[in-house]
Design a protein around this ligand. Sequence first.
Ligand SMILES: NC(=O)c1ccc[n+]([C@@H]2O[C@H](COP(=O)([O-])OP(=O)(O)OC[C@H]3O[C@@H](n4cnc5c(N)ncnc54)[C@H](OP(=O)(O)O)[C@@H]3O)[C@@H](O)[C@H]2O)c1
Length: 233
Amino acid sequence: MRTILITGASSGIGAALADRLAGPDHHLLLVARRKERLAEVVQGVVAKGGTAHGICANLADVGAPALVIDEAVRLAGGLSAVVNNAGIFETAGIGALNAEHLDRLFSINVQAPMLLTQAALPHLRGRQGGQIVNVSSIAAESAFPGCGAYAATKAALEAWSRCLREELRGARVRVTVVAPGATDTEVWPADTTHDRTRMCRAADVAEAIAFALAAPVTASIDRLVVMPPGGPL
Ligand SMILES: NC(=O)c1ccc[n+]([C@@H]2O[C@H](COP(=O)([O-])OP(=O)(O)OC[C@H]3O[C@@H](n4cnc5c(N)ncnc54)[C@H](OP(=O)(O)O)[C@@H]3O)[C@@H](O)[C@H]2O)c1
């Protein structure tokens, strides 16, 4: 049984991934802040015959990533893979940027995956086929007005992922980036003017992550892009 830790598992892509991986082959460790929503996802996995534990944490808090890994290892005895999916999407043009906004975005979109991965690595190294999957965005490479700070967090996540992949080549730990385009989840405000029917489903992105996680140890799936068939919104 593989032990897979998924951050941001209380909704959207993370919850869809938990549902996709639910079954006898995986022990899932699901991380997010909203306790009740996390408990619903855990119940859904168990109802499908799977094993899951919820770990309630704000990953942007100082020291939280290391505590989450300690708890995950205590619950599951080890780790096979970490999916750094938790993230926030907030828009602000250059005139509206401020330190609080930047800190909020960078602490969860960049710093948390780095520190969580650092804490997880001692448990992944030496395991045949240890994996890190970082959920980025097409914003890392595309240009959307008002999305500069968010795009910078995802570009940073991808730059770090490339370096990490090189650092870990000798340690049997593979690093995958999954970059979704617009996907119909709660990151889009209820009153968004974008057409949700044109967006990907969370399950579509979950399928790509599951594909990377299932890759044989002889294959490193470096980067996957999942786009709405109609193109960027
Ligand atoms: N939807 C899109 O169009 C799209 C496109 C490209 C990339 N992405 C990326 O996909 C990832 C998942 O987002 P989503 O679309 O599935 O949106 P979502 O439904 O809002 O999911 C975000 C998840 O992150 C968790 N989270 C946020 N801040 C956290 C914190 N400080 N500590 C712990 N957990 C935290 C949330 O849980 P709690 O609130 O319960 O903590 C939630 O489970 C994000 O990294 C996002 O940037 C999304």
